[in-house]
Design a protein around this ligand. Structure first.
Ligand SMILES: Nc1ncnc2c1ncn2[C@@H]1O[C@H](COP(=O)(O)OP(=O)(O)O)[C@@H](O)[C@H]1O
Ligand SMILES: [Mg+2]
Length: 252
């Protein structure tokens, strides 16, 4: 406990994410995708990340998830700095703390909805029976229990994205990172997903979500805007007091 509290104090007091001076350049042809990004996401916060195509949003999410490494700067995820971790430790941290949702779902097409979610729970370390039970619970809470044995191809876009969100929640992530999760959905699917993100947020889930939709952004606590690899507009009040925002608990 003592060490825990020391780490909390030195690493940002229990924020879900603390990003400092993050830089990333892709070679040949050289693209300076991130040019010094600072960002705080408090536990329980729902942050919408907006900005024109190519400004570095996906690159930032990849770095936050530990899918790629920065050239400079630091990411502190759930109190642990990720920049000096080896590949195995980084993968462990990601499996434990990050849930990822993509625009095009990326479900395993030959697995049922239940199997897609259960697989993620298995990867997160659950035993087989527990993984299936957790997957069923998640599908149930997301209104998809009657679709549990259906293959993704037979689901609507909105339903597929809900399965993908269930999968992202299978490890009870500290932070849910979503990259344009409503970008490929019709208006009904978008409404379903938006409703779901709102509900997860109300249950305490920390969410960082990239979107072009003002409607989706309006559901967030705060909007962070990027341009040319930098954060150009963040809600300063929320940034100055990241510890005050949001409940401490998380969704199941
Ligand atoms: N793997 C990569 N290799 C080279 N360039 C990349 C790579 N990923 C992204 N980029 C470039 O980095 C910039 C930022 O891309 P990205 O983060 O995908 O932007 P956004 O998600 O905001 O549209 C773009 O110019 C893009 O072409
Ligand atoms: Mg992108």
């Amino acid at each position: 406990m003592f060490w825990n509290s020391v780490r909390r104090v030195t690493d940002g007091g229990g924020a879900a994410l603390v990003v400092r001076g993050l830089r990333k350049t892709f070679p040949s042809p050289e693209v300076r995708a991130l040019r010094g990004v600072d960002l705080d996401v408090a536990r329980g916060e729902f942050v919408a990340l907006m900005g024109p195509s190519g400004c570095g949003k996906s690159t930032l999410l990849h770095l936050l998830a530990g899918l790629d490494r920065a050239d400079e700067g630091s990411v502190t995820l759930a109190g642990t700095r990720t920049d000096d971790l080896g590949a195995a430790a980084l993968a462990r941290l990601r499996r434990r703390h990050v849930g990822l949702v993509f625009q095009f779902f990326h479900l395993v097409e030959h697995l049922s909805a239940l199997e897609n979610v259960a697989l993620a729970a298995l990867v997160a370390g659950a035993r087989s029976a527990e993984a299936t039970a957790r997957a069923r619970d998640l599908l149930d809470s997301l209104g998809l229990l009657d679709k549990q044995h259906i293959l993704p191809a037979a689901l609507s876009g909105g339903q597929r994205q809900r399965v993908a969100i269930a999968r992202a929640l299978a490890n009870r992530p500290t932070v849910l990172l979503a990259d344009e999760p409503t970008g490929a959905l019709d208006s009904e699917g978008q409404a379903e997903a938006l409703d779901l993100f709102g509900r997860l947020h109300a249950e305490g889930q920390t969410i960082l979500l990239v979107t072009h939709s003002p409607e989706v952004a309006a559901a967030a606590d705060r909007v962070v805007r990027m341009r040319d690899g930098r954060v150009v507009d963040a809600d300063r009040a929320a940034q100055a007091a990241p510890l005050a925002a949001g409940p401490a608990g998380r969704a199941s």
